[in-house]
Design a protein around this ligand. Structure first.
Ligand code: ATP
Ligand code: MG
Length: 640
């Protein structure tokens, strides 16, 4: 039965209901991890539709990742809503660019570069710069930063000096020249890059009033998730979509700003009230996602930040009860850590936990390889998120070629799932999983992910055709968001934002990886702390942290536990903070975690016993928080 507008509100707490039940006018939701921000905005859309205020096709919901967009579409479907556009900035812009290209520019839209590397290398060689692979990669990131910050070769140098950027292997004017040549090379090759998709859309909307009017007529209500990480280019696009209107709801958490290095800034979130007069601000503090132990650890970790960057007493209030303590385990070296994690996961999967309930998170993509081989060794299927591996797999590339062909002959007679399954038999698809593990199984998992994606698109929008599936795959390939397979998720902390899993392993919790060795100034170190906060708060039921004393077997143990975790021995135990766990010495002891008895203290407000150290320190229980506005104000001031 389709839920009514009131049913949609039932599943929310009073503050979330405030968000959902007022679907018009500018609104800003400022709240911590797992407090139901995404849920609140999804229900706001559903309420808007069911109460007749929104027409679904007039709503554009912008999410940070393609997976988040997919999850929002599914959540909306479960709330009886279809037809809402839930997309990343990139995917939404790409659609508009493709649609308006013939009218605005003429001809077919150009191909999108999957990587900047070859164009950057050509530009560097034309300028006779000798850059190694790492420098080329860093130059590509600098090009990205410049473009999302709306800089040109002419304005780059001054802005880079102000932002204290250090262009790799050259000074600011050298980098400005390289930017110019990079654009030339791209033009000669007739391709555009990832940022051009947004830049060109912005350009068209700025120059063509008629097109801007059509887009504004199409979309009347906007919702933006993870708004703390919006960059200047995305913000500009949003402003053009709005065209001076204020029908926008943004949600974000300044403590989860983790993309500053790519040009994102929480400034837009914090200034929202000023740029949208009369905006309503709603704050959420109840964490519904995680066990009290995980919430306590996350709160404590933020509370050990330097005073100027502290969370100013705004702490998450756990809503769930029960659960086990997070564990911290030290291993001898990286391969031993990967093997330990894989062994733990296998044991758990054999005991009945679905592999897809488990994630292994890490700081750098380079850490993925050891984990992949350790998981393959124990026969557990996995998927790397945010990596290009999925789309570079042979079977996936072949499957997409077949689907492109099928899109040309698809006459829409739309069981899409069956049609796709039929087409994919051409690359060896069969509905039953193969008995063997390893490569054959991995191949099957990839194809299953494509079939599942087709089925889920068809379930959300019954009119979906093969061409829509191919477009979705192109968008995902450009954004490097693989569809989910039924396996363990391997993801960088950056790629994990907004997501949650019942069991999370966070590996590499040592100084040098967490924070990363390149992070030097206070701003960079604190961004690393927020990244760890994002990681900790992905866990619903279990959180297992680990680190390795050395990189390779037999090497001198030279690493220390992460400086962010070292002060938390009261929760994590002394053992794994100071002593390495010997590989082969048994599994999963949690590295010497011990239960502590804390002095009983009572809340100043209501007299209830205080259960966490942070509560004991502040003298207040979650029901009687310190005056929230003061605390939030301090927190925001710290951000400016
Ligand atoms: P993040 O900061 O990580 O993006 P978030 O604030 O967007 O988190 P959600 O993902 O919306 O949080 O919600 C976290 C979890 O809590 C989800 O599993 C969601 O279903 C659940 N949840 C949120 N609000 C409620 C509620 N009122 N009752 C029960 N469960 C809830
Ligand atoms: Mg969210």
């Amino acid at each position: 039965m389709t839920p009514s507008a009131d049913d949609v509100l039932d599943a929310l707490d009073p503050e979330q209901r405030e968000v959902a039940a007022h679907p018009t006018g500018p609104m800003c939701v400022l709240a911590g991890a797992g407090t139901g921000k995404t849920r609140a905005i999804t229900h706001r859309i559903a309420y808007g539709v069911h109460s007749g205020v929104y027409q679904p096709q007039r709503v554009l919901a912008v999410t940070f990742t393609a997976r988040a967009a997919g999850e929002m579409r599914v959540r909306l479907r479960d709330l009886g809503v279809g037809g809402v556009q839930a997309r990343t900035f990139h995917a939404a812009a790409l659609r508009q660019l493709h649609y308006f290209w013939p009218q605005a520019i003429g001809g077919a839209a150009p191909e999108i570069l999957p990587h900047k590397a070859s164009v950057v290398a050509e530009a560097a060689s034309r300028l006779q710069l000798r850059l190694d692979r790492t420098e080329l990669r860093d130059v590509a990131s600098e090009v990205e930063w410049a473009k999302v910050s709306l800089l040109t070769p002419e304005t780059y140098a001054a802005a880079a000096r102000r932002a204290r950027r250090e262009p790799p292997g050259m000074d600011e004017s050298g980098m400005a020249r390289l930017l110019g040549v990079y654009e030339e090379v791209k033009g000669e090759r007739g391709v555009i890059d990832f940022e051009d998709v947004l830049l060109l859309t912005v350009g068209i909307l700025q120059d063509r009033e008629d097109i801007a009017a059509t887009v504004r007529q199409q979309y009347r209500h906007f919702v933006v998730d993870e708004y703390q990480d919006v960059n200047a280019l995305q913000q500009r696009l949003l402003e053009l979509w709005l065209g001076g209107r204020h029908e926008v709801c943004v949600v974000g958490d300044p403590m989860q700003t983790i993309y500053s290095f790519t040009g994102a800034s929480p400034r837009h979130l914090l200034d929202f009230g000023r740029t949208h007069a009369g905006a309503q601000t709603v704050r959420l503090v109840r964490n519904y996602r995680s066990t009290p132990q995980v919430v306590d650890l996350a709160n404590r970790m933020l509370s050990t930040a330097p005073v100027s960057r502290r969370n100013a007493g705004v702490e998450l209030a756990a809503q769930r009860s029960g659960g086990s303590a997070p564990t911290l385990t030290a291993l001898d070296d990286d391969p031993a850590e990967a093997a330990w994690v894989a062994g733990e996961i296998r044991r758990r999967v054999e005991a009945g936990t679905p592999a897809s309930d488990i994630a292994v998170l890490f700081r750098t993509n380079g850490q993925s390889e050891a984990l992949e081989s350790a998981l393959s060794e124990v026969g557990v299927p996995y998927l790397v998120r945010g990596g290009e591996r999925f789309f570079s797999r042979r079977e996936v590339r072949d499957a997409i070629v077949l689907l492109r062909g099928a899109a040309r002959t698809d006459n829409g007679e739309a069981a899409l799932g069956h049609l796709v399954a039929d087409v994919l038999t051409g690359v060896g698809w069969q509905p039953e999983p193969p008995a063997s593990s390893g490569a054959v199984r991995a191949r099957w998992e990839s194809l299953k992910a494509l079939v599942d994606l087709a089925e889920s698109l068809a379930a959300t929008t019954p009119t979906t055709r093969v061409a829509d599936l191919v477009r979705e795959l192109d968008e995902r390939a450009a954004a490097q968001h693989a569809p989910a397979v039924d396996g363990v998720t391997l993801a960088s902390l950056h790629a994990a934002k907004g997501l949650e899993w019942p069991v999370v392993h966070l590996v590499g919790c040592s100084d040098g990886l967490m924070p990363i060795v390149m992070a030097e100034g206070l701003d960079e170190i604190e961004e690393e702390r927020r990244l760890l906060y994002v990681g900790l708060t992905r866990a619903r039921d279990e959180l297992h942290l680990s680190w390795a004393r050395a990189r390779t077997p037999g090497a001198r143990p030279s690493r220390r536990v992460s400086r962010f975790l070292a002060p938390l021995s009261e929760v994590l135990g002394e053992g794994a903070i100071s002593e390495p766990k010997r590989s082969g010495g048994g599994r999963g002891s949690g590295g010497g975690r011990t239960a502590r008895t804390a002095r009983v203290r009572h809340c100043k407000g209501c007299g209830a016993e205080l259960v966490t150290a942070t509560q004991r320190a502040s003298g207040r229980c979650p029901a009687c928080p310190p005056t929230y506005d003061e605390a939030l104000y301090e927190r925001l001031v710290a951000w400016r």
